[in-house]
Design a protein around this ligand. Structure first.
Ligand SMILES: [Zn+2]
Length: 80
């Protein structure tokens, strides 16, 4: 996965942060924000967003599992 930088402060973003942006703002967004800048835009706290990341992962949210399985994609279970 290519490096993604925050559109607000240019910080290098983690895979989790990118997934959180997609989960909260949609897949088609053009720019991503780190948890600090995203929290400011959403009127919440970075700590709350970190909690959301953990919660989405525990839920098996597709945005997170998709990114995690990108490199370990041995099984082809794409049967609908
Ligand atoms: Zn930022």
């Amino acid at each position: 996965m290519k490096a993604v930088f925050c559109a607000g402060c240019q910080a290098k973003m983690s895979v989790d942060e990118v997934a959180l942006n997609q989960r909260l703002l949609g897949m088609q967004i053009g720019s991503f924000f780190c948890v600090t800048c995203l929290a400011g835009r959403l009127g919440t706290t970075p700590k709350h967003l970190q909690t959301l990341i953990v919660r989405f992962k525990e839920m098996g949210c597709a945005y997170f599992t998709r990114l995690m399985e990108e490199s370990s994609d041995e099984k082809t279970n794409d049967r609908m």
